[in-house]
Design a protein around this ligand. Structure first.
Ligand SMILES: [Ca+2]
Ligand SMILES: [Ca+2]
Length: 451
């Protein structure tokens, strides 16, 4: 017995030591992982910083890090295969790829973002995805100015999830080209490009909203693709003075509106009217037999940040026939407000589209509309997504405020309260009549009894 006990541990000694060593290594690695904090790397071409070039900072970074780039001029050829954020301090941060070949920036990591740059694109400005695997990803390109692409400002290639938002595209051949990608493209400005958005061999569902396409040869080209069942949802965009606003692919239906009351797009060459004053044209805007905006907006859309509600960020869209500015939400006063500016005496209106998460947070369903602090009559619609408010006025400049209805005596006499009181009165009268009839009948019965 003893001998056996002595022999077995001796055999196991090397194995035990090896396991112990592996354990220590793993533990150390896990501790290092746990203690590694996301880091911000500063890049400046000509000042004190961690690096003078963007790619050097990308090489040094780890997942979760941020690369913050100071104003200056930077060379292209940036390849990002890490889950990081690259942020420009201002639009004076220029990535200059003029006369370059290929893509100035390539984003292949699954969770990556680039924001705030001015990109002189050369051949292609940003390639998103680059044919990486089809798993869901989150690649974000926001608030950049992208210009002079001989090919594409942004080329989204096999990317199952891309958000392209609040960028400005000027003077590109294709501002955005997508291929087999699932893209959300919103709040961008496309100006003086040959093509705004073009889909080529793209079978994925995408949504385009709150973009402005202005003075392009072609606003949106829905390209050619195999699966005719895939629809693209395109609404609340502005199409202004493009040679061709929209070019659908043959006999493929797409959704150019989001139903009523949400509505479709604003088309500067729409010549219908809005006789019933709801901000939506009374006749359809027809692109072709298969592509019809049934609810065209009669004024351009302005999209504003509405903050975070229940953990999600929202926009408020304001469609107006004149300028809308200085949009604000005041959570303590339960109000949102903005300026509308037009020339004196002009008839102005706005159609405000408030996501229900925002209106619930601010005023539930009970609100009033003020024009320069004076209560104003308005029209209201509600669906499962939004509250729609239409108000008109005579211009110069006004401040429009929509706020939670103030508790007052008038609210006690709401139509519902009046209706309830009326019903109560009617019931009382009926009850009184019945009682009176019974009281009258009583003496008669007693008479017959006497007889
Ligand atoms: Ca600098
Ligand atoms: Ca109408």
């Amino acid at each position: 017995m003893l001998r056996r006990r002595e022999r077995v541990p001796r055999k196991l000694i090397p194995l035990t030591l090896a396991l112990l060593l592996i354990g220590v290594i793993l533990a150390t690695y896990r501790i290092q992982q746990a203690t590694a904090q996301p880091k911000t790397w500063i890049v400046d071409d000509d000042g004190p910083a961690d690096f003078s070039g963007i790619q050097e900072a990308v090489n040094a970074s780890s997942d979760g890090d941020t690369i913050f780039v100071k104003p200056g001029s930077y060379s292209a050829g940036i390849y990002v295969a890490k889950n990081i954020s690259i942020v420009a301090e201002s639009q004076d941060v220029v990535i200059n790829a003029n006369n370059g070949i290929g893509s100035a920036i390539v984003l292949v990591a699954g969770n990556v973002s680039i924001s705030g740059f001015t990109i002189l694109a050369g051949d292609t400005g940003i390639m998103v995805g680059a044919g990486t695997k089809d798993e869901p990803v989150r690649r974000v390109v926001s608030r950049n100015r992208i210009m002079n692409a001989q090919d594409s400002g942004i080329f989204v290639y096999w990317s199952n999830g891309a958000l392209i938002t609040e960028n400005t595209f000027v003077n590109n051949y294709y501002a955005i080209r997508t291929r087999n990608s699932n893209c959300t493209i919103n709040r961008n400005l496309f100006e003086n490009n040959l093509y705004g958005i073009i889909r080529k061999e793209d079978n994925k569902a995408s949504a385009y909203s709150e973009n402005t396409f202005k003075n392009n040869a072609i606003g949106i080209d829905l390209g050619f693709f195999d699966d005719r069942s895939v629809q693209i949802k395109i609404y609340h965009n502005n199409f202004q003075n493009n040679t061709i606003n929209a070019q659908p692919y043959e006999r493929v239906r797409n959704a150019w509106d989001n139903g009523y009351p949400c509505g479709g797009n604003y088309w500067s060459d729409y010549n219908g009217s809005d006789a019933d004053d709801d901000g939506i044209g009374d006749s359809s805007y027809v692109i072709d037999e298969y592509n019809v905006d049934a609810y065209p907006l009669v004024a351009p859309v302005n999209a504003f940040d509405a903050g975070t509600w229940n953990g999600e960020t929202y926009n408020v869209d304001v469609a107006s026939n004149f300028t809308v500015s200085d949009f604000q939400i005041n959570e303590t006063q339960k109000a949102m407000s903005f300026n509308v500016t037009g020339f004196d005496g002009a008839s102005g209106f706005c159609r405000v589209i408030v996501p229900n998460a925002v209106s619930q947070g601010l005023w539930q369903t009970s609100f009033s509309v003020l024009v320069d602090d004076n209560p104003q009559a308005y029209k209201k619609w509600l669906d499962s997504a939004n509250t729609y408010i239409y108000v008109s006025y005579t211009h110069s400049e006004h401040r429009i405020t929509i706020r939670q209805e103030q508790p007052s005596t008038t609210s006690l006499l709401s139509p519902e309260v009046i209706a309830s009181i009326a019903l109560l009165v009617v019931l009382l009268i009926i009850a009184a009549t019945i009682v009176r009839k019974r009281l009258r009948r009583k003496p008669e019965t007693s008479k017959t009894m006497i007889h």
